[in-house]
Design a protein around this ligand. Structure first.
Ligand SMILES: [Zn+2]
Length: 106
């Protein structure tokens, strides 16, 4: 194992609040994780709304990287599920870091 020349944040995508009606059956506190660059995991027995996930996906690669403090994405971590009935808001948390070999990722 090499040390890895590149560091990425491990992320957790958590349902922060549901202001409407949960159409997809998710509850506050449900989460999925993205670790080791692209590994998606959902806790046993739980599910995660595909549409909520798809809304968060574009932000994942940016959130994995340390951004300048002035970048709005460094401070803003909330994403909404696109289903208007739900008004489901998720937050993206950084749970740790993992090191990678950039040559293996490209
Ligand atoms: Zn949903």
């Amino acid at each position: 194992m090499t040390e890895g020349d590149m560091e990425l944040y491990d992320l957790r995508l958590v349902v922060d609040r549901i202001e409407g009606r949960s159409v997809c059956g998710m509850e506050v506190g449900d989460y999925c994780t993205v670790t080791h660059s692209s590994g998606l995991a959902i806790p046993d027995g739980r599910r995660f709304c595909l549409y909520a996930l798809s809304a968060a996906l574009p932000l994942i690669p940016a959130k994995q990287r340390r951004l300048p403090g002035s970048d709005w994405l460094e401070r803003d971590s909330e994403v909404a599920c696109p289903d208007p009935e739900e008004r489901l808001i998720m937050r993206i948390e950084r749970t740790g870091t993992s090191r990678h070999d950039s040559e293996e990722l490209t």
